[in-house]
Design a protein. Structure first.
Length: 121
């Protein structure tokens, strides 16, 4: 396995872990119709975090495992920044929990930025 693929595998695992830490990882997949969207990030049928979990991660993991060509460019971090900027973290939880959510979102964005840089050269 090449160094790029090894680094990508590590980053993809980090994305999954950050989604779990944010408590947005789902045990049930969206409908096949929702997954079949032809819009960027399936914006018309999925939340961004669902797109990451059910489309981006599986496709990237498949490319790595099969040794298939990787995308020559990637720009997912800006979408993540926009998604979390608009997401209200006001919850009934304590302020500390809110800060934890913000910190986990920042870590997720950092992992996606690393993937963008790795694939975009």
């Amino acid at each position: 396995m090449s160094d790029v693929r090894r680094q990508l595998t590590i980053r993809l695992f980090a994305v999954e872990q950050h989604l779990r830490d944010l408590d947005v990882w789902s045990d049930s997949a969206p409908s096949p119709e929702a997954l079949a969207s032809d819009q960027p990030f399936a914006i018309d049928t999925l939340e961004f975090v669902e797109w990451l979990q059910f489309i981006f991660l599986p496709r990237m993991q498949d490319l790595v495992q099969r040794g298939a060509p990787l995308p020559a460019a990637c720009g997912i971090a800006p979408m993540a920044e926009e998604y979390f900027r608009g997401l209200s973290i006001a919850r009934e939880d304590s302020i500390a929990r809110g800060q934890s959510i913000e910190a986990n979102a920042e870590q997720l964005i950092a992992a996606l930025t690393a993937i963008d840089r790795l694939l975009s050269g």
